[in-house]
Design a protein around this ligand. Structure first.
Ligand code: GLN
Length: 533
């Protein structure tokens, strides 16, 4: 097994996740098996309890781990399925070391950061609990070099490189700022960041320079010589029209070849990346666009990352550009909903938690339902579409989710029995993949083309089965149900253009080469709506 480490310097948000995913993609296309994991230096056990404003969306793995959104990129680029082992935080490392200490596993020793914490980090980098074997394990270290919190991770990497010098490659991502007033690109921050790593005993093998301007040969040569790195191991990552161009740009500069060379592996032919290139050219060929409202409360690009990526994937396969217009539900009212939504070809009513913005979601759902707008509701979005239907069609004026109104008579969305006893917030929702059976003859069935599907979940509340008959009779059909627990997973209104809502999160399963059928069908309906206007 070979180990690749991806670290970042100078500033955060350079796109380590995209570079790690691109490397994974390029190695896979050469026939290697890979996995990609993220080690985050913060103390939270997982990002599940983090506000999306802090770290963007929380991604959920099949086995029910709440993770950093970078795992979404790993899956979307490479089609691998990540698991709990692919997302590790300082909090988890310390927790397992402390549990071992309490059990007496350390036989009276003093427990220290080095070697106990670093040993636990190394154990997890090597994935000692994973029965699968990979040619490459790519480990992305969150945060920026120089942070106090990342020290134990870097020390673990230093030790692993010392123990297995021929089996590791360290790829360091840094930033080359352009100073407008001086008209110059500056390499000093990169030099400092590399020096900082050298001080920790790690000489990066490869540097990826993030830049907003093209870097010329002279600059690349200078960085190589000042940072003690081979010239062909310095590549640039310029701003590109889309993240999906990055693997091609990295391949063109020989990043994958440099990794193989460092490890003494045969380099061979450059893979053609045919299906990937087809995706890109189909995307570039699309001239018309389709306008999709993203109806939610988090005004932040990364908060709905997987949903917007899924919409873009589906757009490409429908030969359209998807123009996403964020509609902030906190300020959405009956008075302005027409103005906000009438120009749209479709709407996604987004997941979320808590009361803020929920009335806006209900207003949006009513508008979409009464204007026959293609609408996809996801999780909280589905729950609010159900509440809207209960209020305006079934006539239960006080209908609500118990999350918002715990004492309402018409709690059409209610807490699951097994959730009621839970007092801890972290990691206790219904999480990960569960089966769902689709009703024959429904739109959902036609979309998936089969009865049994698996989709990932992240919620505490459920459609309340006590009201199921009333909904069915009035025209909102429960067309997807968990076969074991009889929980409603999908509702739809037949006869409308496309009005489907899911308790699960389909967006976690859409990838570049395997776009999700629900998103494909939703965008198709939006395209037809747009063409008919
Ligand atoms: N707040 C809702 C619940 O817990 C929906 C969660 C979500 O949208 N992910 O059930």
């Amino acid at each position: 097994m070979k180990y690749l480490f991806v670290t970042g310097g100078v500033v955060s948000s350079l796109g380590k996740g995209i570079i790690s995913s691109s490397i994974g993609k390029l190695l896979q296309s050469r026939g290697y098996t890979i996995t990609i994991q993220k080690f985050d230096p913060y103390i939270n056990i997982d990002p599940g309890t983090l506000n999306p404003y802090e770290h963007g969306e929380c991604y959920v793995t099949e086995d029910g781990m709440e993770t950093d959104l970078d795992l979404g990129h790993y899956e979307r680029f490479t089609n691998i399925r990540t698991t709990r082992g692919n997302s590790v935080t300082t909090g988890r490392i310390y927790r397992s070391v402390i549990e071992k200490e309490r059990r007496g596993d350390y036989l009276g020793k003093t427990i220290q950061v080095v070697p106990h914490i670093t040993d636990e980090i190394k154990r997890r980098i090597r994935r000692e609990d994973d029965p699968n074997k990979y040619d490459f394990i790519i480990t992305e270290i969150g945060g920026t070099i120089g942070d106090i919190e990342s020290m134990p991770f870097l020390e673990a990497i230093r030790q692993m490189r010392w123990e297995n010098p021929g089996d590791t490659v360290c790829i360091h991502l840094t930033y080359i700022p352009y100073l407008k007033a001086a008209g110059e690109l500056k390499t000093k921050p990169t030099q400092h960041s590399v020096k900082e790593m050298q001080g920790l005993g790690i000489q990066p093998d490869i540097l990826v320079l993030r830049t907003e301007q093209h870097l010329d040969e002279g600059l690349l040569h200078k960085v190589a010589s000042f940072c003690n790195v081979d010239r062909d191991c310095v590549v640039q990552s310029e701003d590109l029209p889309s993240i999906y161009e990055v693997p091609i740009a990295m391949q063109n500069q020989g990043l994958d070849a440099a990794i193989l060379r460092k490890l003494g592996l045969t380099i061979g032919e450059k893979p053609a990346l045919e299906s990937w290139r087809n995706f890109l050219s189909r995307r570039d060929a699309a001239t018309k666009s389709v306008r999709i409202a993203l109806v939610g409360k988090y005004q932040l690009q990364d908060a709905y990352k997987s949903i917007s990526e899924s919409l873009h994937h589906a757009g490409v396969y429908n030969d359209r550009k998807v123009e996403i217009i964020f509609v902030n539900t906190e300020f959405l009212t009956k008075e302005n909903v027409e103005e906000k939504l009438s120009g749209m070809d479709g709407a996604v009513i987004c997941p979320g938690f808590g009361q803020r913005g929920t009335e806006g979601k209900i207003v949006a759902a009513e508008y979409c339902r009464t204007h026959d707008m293609p609408t996809l509701g996801i999780c909280y979005g589905m729950q609010m579409m159900v509440v809207e239907f209960a209020r305006n069609v079934l006539g239960y004026a006080d209908a609500n989710s118990a999350e918002i109104a715990p004492d309402t008579m018409h709690n059409v969305i209610d807490m699951m029995e097994e959730q009621k006893a839970i007092t801890q917030m972290g990691g206790t929702m219904r999480l990960g993949a569960y089966p769902c059976r689709l009703k024959e003859g429904s739109l959902a069935y036609a979309i998936y083309g089969k009865a049994d599907i698996m989709e990932r979940h992240r919620h505490r509340y459920e459609f309340n089965n006590a009201f199921r008959d009333a909904f069915e009779k009035a025209g909102m059909k429960c067309t997807g149900v968990n076969p074991d627990a009889d929980l409603v997973e999908i509702v739809e209104i037949p006869g409308m253009r496309w009005y489907v809502a899911t308790q699960f999160h389909p967006e976690y399963q859409s990838t570049v080469l395997h776009p999700h059928p629900l998103f494909l069908s939703f965008i198709k309906a939006a395209v037809e709506t747009s063409d008919g206007k």
